[in-house]
Ligand binder design. Structure first.
Ligand code: SF4
Ligand code: SF4
Length: 178
């Protein structure tokens, strides 16, 4: 699944300069699992924007924001709230933001940063195993991605810092201590 993290709220507000009325779009799949764009986070964003003086005309959390045809239908289904808004703020990965932008002629902005491909190994804890490099090498490295799982992204074998002390983190699973 695609990992995302919420942008700094002040940066979101800065991107919204000139926009007063906002319609929010979340994502019911990856962004819900990583707790950045589900119903709860969209509700939190609405509360924060309203506290900052913005008007939130409406919000929706589709199953997956990265499906252009679904986004066209979602915007049609919410056409009054969307028409009232001057900006669409999307709480999904960049693919979802672009699908919403493609489905609408409104100004469309991201509320999240996309940080990679992850898998959940325990509730709320994730492996990051792929950086979508476009030239998969795992077949040559025993099924382990050297680009993502090595903290230095090395593809020519372990460095001098190799040890077994590193703990798994939520972002990476380093094989060495850097
Ligand atoms: S929009 Fe991005 S975060 Fe949402 S389902 Fe598609 S890939 Fe996952
Ligand atoms: S080499 Fe690593 S980053 Fe590249 S596609 Fe394969 S798993 Fe993803």
């Amino acid at each position: 699944m695609t990992a995302t993290e919420t942008k700094v709220f002040e940066d979101i507000l800065k991107s919204l300069e000139g926009s007063q009325k906002v319609f929010l779009v979340g994502c019911g799949s990856c962004a819900t699992v990583v707790q950045t764009g589900g119903e709860f986070e969209v509700g939190e964003m609405r509360t924060a924007l309203e506290a900052a003086g913005k008007t939130v005309t409406g919000a929706a959390v589709p199953e997956e924001a990265c499906k252009i045809l679904d986004m066209k239908k979602l915007l049609r289904d919410n056409k009054e709230a969307v028409a009232e808004a001057d900006t669409l703020l999307v709480l999904s990965c960049g693919a979802g933001v672009q699908a919403v932008a493609e489905a609408s002629e409104k100004r469309t902005l991201p509320a999240l940063n996309t940080i990679g491909q992850v898998d959940q190994f325990r509730l709320g804890q994730f492996y990051e195993w792929c950086s979508s490099c476009g030239e998969c090498l795992v077949g040559e490295y025993g099924g382990i991605c050297p680009i993502t799982r090595c903290p230095k992204g090395q593809v020519h074998g372990p460095c001098g810092g190799a040890n077994e002390a590193s703990a798994r983190s939520t972002r990476r699973t380093p094989a060495c201590g850097r």
